[in-house]
Design a protein around this ligand. Structure first.
Ligand code: GRF
Length: 190
């Protein structure tokens, strides 16, 4: 069974959907580690409830990214992690992790990249007035939402769409799309 680590900074609804798909037998994987860079984030509570191992850290307590990523790396190896799944991890991945997990780190972003990278992707789409936005799953490189695209799904921006209604639609798509793409990736890497 392939082992994944999920990195998240906030609510963790994508974390939850991945775990739920695993429990339902729709995603053949084990969550070997949950990494969170924000003390008190909701995802930690969710991970504890699922009795998963967590590594929660405060970046300010480390000298540099190299130092905290070094500690993450140790734990990834100790837990025999095959794939890193970023799910709302609000931090660029540095060379320490990129070099050791080359081609084995993926991210989900709430727009059709390369449009609207970075923070507030949904606000950016609404402001730009596009009629179609969506969700992108991509490999992670050193840039901000710039790595090779794995899969995308479109979401329509309807008349009178608000940030709340768009966020709901995007999340609904993400919660099914991410687990299914992870399943395909893990199957094809057998
Ligand atoms: C998702 O919209 C994802 O696309 C983005 O961060 C958000 C995380 O939401 N990268 P949640 O914490 O999984 O609810």
């Amino acid at each position: 069974m392939k082992r994944i680590a999920i990195f998240a900074s906030g609510n963790g609804s994508n974390f939850q959907s991945i775990v739920d798909h695993i429990k339902a037998g729709k995603l053949e994987a084990e969550v070997g580690l949950v990494v969170c860079d924000r003390i008190g984030a909701k995802v930690i509570e969710r991970a504890k409830k699922e009795q998963l191992e967590t590594f929660v850290f405060d970046p300010k307590e480390y000298e540099s990214k190299k130092h905290f990523e070094g500690e993450i790396l140790e734990r990834l190896h100790k837990n025999h992690i095959d794939l890193i799944v970023l799910a709302g991890y609000m931090r660029l991945i540095g060379p320490t992790l990129l070099q050791s997990f080359e081609g084995k780190i993926i991210n989900i972003h709430p727009s059709l990249l390369p449009s609207f990278p970075g923070k507030n992707a949904m606000e950016q789409a609404l402001t730009a007035g596009v009629r179609i936005t969506g969700v992108t799953i991509h490999y992670v490189d050193e840039g901000m939402d710039t790595g090779p695209i794995i899969a995308q799904k479109a979401v329509e921006v309807e008349q009178g769409e608000t940030i709340e209604s768009l966020a709901q639609k995007i999340h609904d798509v993400e919660h099914v799309f991410y687990p299914s793409v992870i399943q395909k990736l893990l199957k094809s890497s057998n």
